[in-house]
Design a protein around this ligand. Sequence first.
Ligand SMILES: *[C@@H]1O[C@H](CO)[C@@H](O)[C@H](O)[C@H]1NC(C)=O
Ligand SMILES: *[C@@H]1O[C@H](CO)[C@@H](O)[C@H](O)[C@H]1NC(C)=O
Ligand SMILES: *[C@@H]1O[C@H](CO)[C@@H](O)[C@H](O)[C@H]1NC(C)=O
Ligand SMILES: *[C@@H]1O[C@H](CO)[C@@H](O)[C@H](O)[C@H]1NC(C)=O
Ligand SMILES: *[C@@H]1O[C@H](CO)[C@@H](O)[C@H](O)[C@H]1NC(C)=O
Ligand SMILES: *[C@@H]1O[C@H](CO)[C@@H](O)[C@H](O)[C@H]1NC(C)=O
Length: 311
Amino acid sequence: MAVAVLLQLAVVVQLLCAVVASALNQDGILLLSFKLSLAGDPLGSLSDWGYTDANPCSWNGIVCDSESRVVSVVLPNAQLVGPVARELGFVERLRHLDLSGNALNGSVPADLFRAPELRVLSLAGNGLTGPLPEPQAGQLRSLRALNLAGNALSGAVPRNLVTLPSLTAVSLAGNFFSGEVPGGEVSPALQILDVSANLLNGTLPADLSGAGLRYVNLSSNRIAGGIPAEMAARLPANVTIDLSYNNLTGAVPTVAPFSTQRADAFEGNAELCGAPLERLCSFASASAVEPPRNGTKSPPAIAAIPQGPHH
Ligand SMILES: *[C@@H]1O[C@H](CO)[C@@H](O)[C@H](O)[C@H]1NC(C)=O
Ligand SMILES: *[C@@H]1O[C@H](CO)[C@@H](O)[C@H](O)[C@H]1NC(C)=O
Ligand SMILES: *[C@@H]1O[C@H](CO)[C@@H](O)[C@H](O)[C@H]1NC(C)=O
Ligand SMILES: *[C@@H]1O[C@H](CO)[C@@H](O)[C@H](O)[C@H]1NC(C)=O
Ligand SMILES: *[C@@H]1O[C@H](CO)[C@@H](O)[C@H](O)[C@H]1NC(C)=O
Ligand SMILES: *[C@@H]1O[C@H](CO)[C@@H](O)[C@H](O)[C@H]1NC(C)=O
């Protein structure tokens, strides 16, 4: 405990010295607090991050605007170990933060959701734990793409996330989120919603609607009950929807978008029946004996999230 406090103090002292001794700008100071909080950087990805520069614009992974303010921090697959420093949320003009595929742990700091201009946030493929900060998640008015797939996050999916006005793609796949699938009207901008491979339970939200939805993946959760026919009326007819590996029961509605999915969108639900599955319902309707139709083409889901730095 005492050692931890001393280490914290040492960090603060180093930061203070840095402010006094050099003209490194505020964004640089904030980035250095991320570097200093890390427990490991075995590849030396941040070895050129130091106090002696006037700004961080030449540092590995950093892109600045014409006023030497940081707009992009992109360091995927760099084997960085340790927490996501809350200070990153104070980099005022940050638009693109990609720290995917590292070994970052601890929670997603609420302050990260302060960055007023953040458009792309990817922390996919790390070891992050705990819930998402619920009220703060609704603050990212500029956010377009959020990828938190492949962590160990838990708690509910914050409803105010799917209503963010600019959000077009969100993946929370492969975590431990639980509770209900968020229902109601999602942002009209939202095209890709991937909450597959979590622990979501309850029933399907009959009132889920979103005019822009193209891809909804609810596969591999614990969702029970029937597929409400009313859902079909509120979803675009051409949406790709994956309901496989849940605990759904009853007949697949005979209207689009359900009737037009490939059979594998429904597999792994032992008590689901009707077209496009090969399992007939006990009271077989005419549509239940039609051959499987060609499915709608799947968009490459989260591959749609832009990869390179944007500025
Ligand atoms: C994060 O990982 C580091 C290195 O393995 C470890 O020392 C630290 O305790 C971990 N932190 C959390 C919150 O799990
Ligand atoms: C839905 O997600 C699961 C698990 O993450 C994945 O295996 C499956 O291919 C996805 N479905 C579609 C249609 O992309
Ligand atoms: C869903 O999961 C949550 C959290 O684990 C739990 O509290 C709740 O009782 C579950 N609901 C159902 C219907 O199983
Ligand atoms: C699915 O439902 C059955 C019966 O209602 C229940 O016994 C089983 O535990 C459920 N499975 C999951 C993964 O929730
Ligand atoms: C789905 O249909 C809408 C119009 O009804 C169209 O704008 C959109 O491009 C279509 N999406 C796909 C993936 O085909
Ligand atoms: C189904 O797909 C096959 C090959 O992908 C194609 O030849 C066929 O015309 C399609 N059928 C319909 C009804 O679209």
